[in-house]
Write a protein that binds this ligand. Structure first.
Ligand SMILES: NC(=O)c1ccc[n+]([C@@H]2O[C@H](COP(=O)([O-])OP(=O)(O)OC[C@H]3O[C@@H](n4cnc5c(N)ncnc54)[C@H](OP(=O)(O)O)[C@@H]3O)[C@@H](O)[C@H]2O)c1
Length: 281
């Protein structure tokens, strides 16, 4: 087993260094001439680093006004300053997605721009425990389900009155662990599988109001979140296909921009894997 892990680790490292600059780096440097999202307002949770920040940058590059948010004021200030420094239309506020008053503040901040919201990207998530389901306490269950599953639905219900006359789009962020669970990510796997169900149910519920709901399903993406436990990352890679390289946050951002755009106007209830391989038949 150790030898297998070492072999995969080496193979993975070689592929990673040889191919990342060709795609992800290019995508972050691409000149975004598109204004497909001009005059639109996007709210993104957990958007001060990692995948959320890449999505914020991309939607703003594509013309939207973006409201970034996360739990820590300092992180919000840094992200807003960085994106504004790139000439992008961005504001921000603290929003711990579990807190109703923070969600209200996020809605209020978003409405300051033009009185409405077009896109909601629910990216914030936690995994406070690396361990099996049988080892998960009630407290940890409550935390994971509250942040990862309940909060997106509650935030959407607070934003809905301000979205529905604008034909908006909602993107939930699941995980490849919904499709290919790893035992060490027990309750987190379950929360991410629940988001696939939430996507489909919300898509039905909100279709009459002209709002599409889709789901981004990232594979292993290089962020602080995935660095927390490299062994889990490696084991997950061993148990699935070996992707050509590790994903970068920018690999997820383009899909979200597409799902928000008019090109996706007939796509709802879908979940789309961004993992460097396909997990479906
Ligand atoms: N990276 C991967 O390999 C991977 C794979 C599959 C799925 N995903 C999913 O992708 C999403 C983003 O992951 P990431 O890797 O980009 O994570 P990350 O780099 O750790 O960033 C997480 C972001 O969320 C914020 N945040 C954390 N808890 C929050 C809360 N309760 N309320 C509001 N904001 C919160 C953090 O800022 P503060 O600390 O300031 O709050 C930060 O901005 C998550 O839904 C994750 O499950 C990631």
């Amino acid at each position: 087993m150790t030898a297998t892990l070492r072999a995969v680790s080496w193979a993975f490292r070689g592929l990673h260094y040889s191919s990342v600059p060709l795609s992800a780096r290019m995508s972050s440097q691409r000149a975004h001439g598109s204004c497909a999202l001009a005059e639109k307002v996007a709210v993104i949770t957990g958007s001060t680093k990692g995948i959320g920040l890449a999505i914020a940058r991309r939607l703003a590059q594509d013309g939207a006004h973006v409201v970034v948010s996360s739990r820590k004021q300092q992180n919000v200030d840094q992200a807003v300053a960085a994106l504004q420094g790139e000439g992008l239309s961005v504001t921000g506020t603290v929003c711990h997605v579990e807190k109703a008053e923070d969600r209200e503040q996020l809605v209020a901040t978003a409405l300051e721009h033009s009185g409405g919201v077009d896109f909601l990207v629910c990216n914030a998530a936690v995994n406070p425990l690396v361990g099996s389901i049988m080892g998960t306490s009630e407290q940890v269950w409550d935390k994971i389900l509250s942040v990862n599953v309940k909060s997106p639905a509650l935030l959407l219900s607070q934003l809905l009155p301000h979205m529905e006359k604008r034909g908006g789009a909602v993107i939930l962020v699941s995980s490849i662990s919904a499709y290919i669970p790893h035992v060490a990510l027990g309750a987190y796997n379950v929360s991410k599988t629940a988001l696939l169900g939430l996507t489909r149910t919300l898509a039905l519920e909100l279709a009459p109001r002209g709002i599409r709901v889709n789901c981004l399903v990232p594979g292993i993406i290089e962020t602080d979140f995935s660095k927390v436990n490299p062994n889990v990352r490696l084991l997950m890679l061993c148990s699935v296909f070996l992707p050509s390289r590790i994903g970068q946050p920018e690999d997820c951002a383009g899909l979200v921009s597409f799902l928000c755009s008019p090109d996706a106007s007939y796509i709802t209830g879908e979940n789309i894997v961004v993992a460097g391989f396909s997990s479906r038949l």
